[in-house]
Design a protein around this ligand. Structure first.
Ligand SMILES: [Zn+2]
Length: 255
């Protein structure tokens, strides 16, 4: 784990592994193109039915190396108790102001896991308040931080699907993206993982779950002419374009 540094894109997850699992392909396409991407995990995932907080931290560090992440910070908000309080908001604001990203990747607005929707509310609120000069925060060294608000917020798709604004072609980074997911050996299907004690099967721990992740990426990719795609929702309404011909020239012809 490290202090946040200036990045182009900052991705937030409620738990270590959310970024890898739900928008890892998008992150890998960005780092492959030379953009600096930071990750902020809100909690340590200590309520997870499998593994432990320390194991998940090691797994997060391994996954960060796979995805060439510039910095990764854990805000240590209690797992299962992600509240939109001033204290929690200021932790997020401090990370945003230290990272100064143009774009933020945030979880889905609605999800089966209550922590995910709570994280989205907390982070999007913080992104707004981070731009207010009278909201005072300090960096890790105690220095007062300048106000900053990201230009754009994109929601990544989690367990519940939505109609995306964009589908990112992640075909070229698919293997890297899956390697980052498999770095979380305690959480996802991994025949080599040996639990210290009997651990229950979870929504995400079976081979069938990873097959579903792949199936959905294939399903999103096919209409755009890609082997694999990831769906993103632009938070603030429609996305404007000026050159219709250029945009559609890249789109798979539907005829
Ligand atoms: Zn999660």
């Amino acid at each position: 784990m490290s202090e946040p540094t200036a990045v182009d894109v900052l991705a937030f997850g409620a738990h270590p592994d959310d970024v890898e699992l739900w928008c890892g392909g998008t992150v890998c396409t960005l780092t492959r193109s030379g953009y600096a991407v930071g990750v902020v995990d809100l909690t340590q995932g200590e309520l997870g039915s499998r593994g432990s907080a320390s194991l998940r931290q090691q797994e997060a560090e391994k996954a960060s190396r796979v995805m060439s992440i510039a910095s990764r910070t854990n805000l240590e908000i209690p797992d299962g108790d992600i509240r939109n309080t001033i204290e929690n908001r200021n932790r997020v604001i401090s990370a945003i102001r230290a990272s100064r990203p143009r774009i933020m990747l945030v979880g889905a607005p609605v999800c089966r896991h209550p922590d995910h929707a709570a994280a989205t509310e907390l982070v999007t609120n913080a992104a707004f308040y981070a731009g207010l000069s009278k909201v005072e925060t300090r960096d890790a060294g105690g220095a007062s931080q300048e106000p900053f608000r990201p230009d754009h917020i994109l929601h990544y798709m989690q367990a519940l699907s939505f109609e995306p604004t964009f589908v990112v072609d992640v075909s070229a980074v698919w293997e890297t993206r899956m390697k980052a997911i498999r770095a979380y050996g305690s959480q996802f299907f991994n025949p080599d993982y040996v639990a210290r004690e009997a651990e229950p099967e979870t929504f995400v721990s079976t081979d069938a779950f990873l097959q579903w992740i792949e199936a959905r990426a294939r399903s999103l990719g096919y209409p755009i002419g890609a082997a694999f795609g990831e769906g993103l929702l632009y938070r603030n309404g429609p996305v404007g374009i000026s050159d219709l011909m250029t945009v559609l020239a890249r789109q798979r012809p539907h005829k």
